[in-house]
Unconditional design. Sequence first.
Length: 370
Amino acid sequence: MINPNALHDQATSLPALIKEQTWRLEDDLRKSVPTPVQHAIRHIVLTGSGDSAIAGLAAEQTFRRFVGVPVYAGESLAVSRFLLDSYGNEYPHTPMLLATSNSGEVARVVEAAQRAAAAGGYVVGLTGNAQSRLARASQSIIDVGAPAFPAAPGMRSYVMAVLALNLFAIRFAEVRGRITMDEAQALRGELAGLSDVVQQAIVTADAPLRSLAQDWRDLQGVEFLGSGPSRASAAFGVAKILEAVGKQSAHVDLEEFIHLNYFERAATGIGTVVLAPAGSPVRSRADELAPLLNNLGRPWVAIGAVTDAPVSIEIPQVREEFAPVVQAAVLGLLAAHLMDATGEEPGRGAVGPWADCADGATTRDSQIVL
C-alpha cells in the first residue's frame, strides 16, 4: 500500500489506535465522574470546535438511544453564548457539559466550560493536556490524547474523541440502569472490534479512492451527504477536504440536498460523497437520490452500496451509532489521496494570507467572554 503523505499514514494507523486505546479510555472514564453526579444529570451538552464539535455530533445518537436524558451536540460558540444562558442552577450538576479539545486551549471551548460551571453545570473536559485551561475549568477530565504521530489534519484525535464519547454514553446508561452490565460490556466490545472493521474498510477503499482522487483533482469542490450519525461523518469529510486541499466543500443532510443543493449550477464540477451505511433507515432515500445525481452529471461515490452509484465503497455493516469511526478512516483516505493528487499542503502551510493561523493562534488567542 502506497503512503503518499502523513494524512494517509494517520488514516491507516487507526486500526491499531482503536485496538490499543478503547479499553484504556474505558478504564479512565469509569473513574472520572462520581456515580451520584451521573444519577443527578437532567441534560447533556456535547461541545467543541472543529473536529471536536463534529465528534460530539457523531456520538449524539448513542447518548440519545441509550442514556434517556435530553442531549444536544453543538459548536462551542453557540453553546457558550446562547444555549448556556437557559440554565441557572435549577437542578444540580445540570447541564453536564462534555467539552472536547485535544489541546485544551481552544478559547471558545474553555469559555463554554467556564460558563457551564457558572450556571451550575458539571463539566467533563476531554483533552490530551491535563495542564490546559480546559482541564482547569473542568470538574472531571478524560485523557483523550493519542500517542504521538507525525502531524497531519486530525484523524487520530477525532477518533479518540468519538470513542471516548461513545464509551461515556455506555457507562452513563449502565450507571443509570438503562442497560445491564452485560449489555454495556457487549457494546464496549463492539467499539473495540471496530479495529478489524476499519482495517477491512481501508483495504477495500484505498485503491479505488486513489483512482477517484486522480479523477477529481481538478473539480471545484466536494460535497458530503449524510443523515443521522453519518451527518457527522459528512461534516468530518468537509473538514478534511478543507484542511488537506482547501477546495470549496459543504455537508448537507440527504433530504435537504434534494431541497437545496440539487439546484447548484456547475454540477459536473462538484464531487459528491453519499454516506448511506448498510442497514440504515436512510438507504431508501439514498437510492432515490442516485438517479438525480446521475441525471445532473455529478461525479459521485457512495460510501455504502447505493443503487446505480458509479463508484461504491462498501464497508462492513456495524451498529449505525458507531459507523462514524469506520467512515472517518475512509474519508481520511479520500482527503489524503486528493492532497497527493493536487500537490496541496495541509492548512495552506500557514503562510501568506493563512499565516495568522500558525500554532493555532486564530483559535487559541481569542478573548474569552464570561
